[in-house]
Design a protein around this ligand. Sequence first.
Ligand SMILES: [Zn+2]
Length: 287
Amino acid sequence: MKAIQFDQLNPLGNSLMTEFTRVKGNRDLGGHADVTAWAKSAFWTPILAQLGISYDDIGTGGGGLVMNGSDEDFQNVQRWVEQGSGGMYTAYRDADSRVTLLKTAHKGHVRLNDKQRAFIDILLDATDENQGLVTIDLVNNSENVFVGSLFGGTIDVGDIEQFGKAIGRFDVVSSVGIFAHEVFEQVLAQRYSGGKVVTLSDNTANEIHKMAITDAENLVNGSTFEGYAKSNNVTITNGPNWRGTNKILIGGEIRNGNMDVNYRLNGVITTISIAIKNNNIISVKPL
Ligand SMILES: [Zn+2]
């Protein structure tokens, strides 16, 4: 597989885009309002063709997915998109932090398997610029966020990365599956709420969390999440921003200990032990 270094294209692309004027009344589109002209330009066409991408792959609507955070944090997202699609897609983030899925040169040669298809369908829906805008803040090993915060619109890439380590042959869960859970959850929460400020009841948030397990995590992992194991031993204390309702606000709860959870694959239950210190995942391994 040929790795595509979009970070090498970013600086060029951004400076090029500033030469286009904004389209009136289309403020959401910001600097890439003229994306079609930009992508069709004599400069870009041969580059995109070489990468197996056409300008049709780059959307022009006002919604879709915005991911704030450092380039380093976003590189995790790019890697998960590539891993989760068998290298057939990568993620590109423009100067406005808007995320687009791009097909790689594999287009038309290899088919996505069921897990990859489920993953890419979730990402294609999230990044669809004709669907409601979803805004996610990426953080890395924040003590305020355990994996993701539904009400905070936040995903902790450092926590998720741990799911890709040290699992070896017990391959029942992956970073890609957990990432899919968090993205799908934000898509549902923010589209139900009509924006990044999630105004849902705790009950609805819980329903969304369950849907993220059944309709995202399980499909992408190819296993079934079965909940806590008997050995589960996690203490949850109230954080600085804890409130009686919507307590999963950023900093609402602080977890410590070993969260032991069961996954079922081909009828076999595997217990995964997630070691947590102050909302940060230290390790993920089979018990
Ligand atoms: Zn969840």
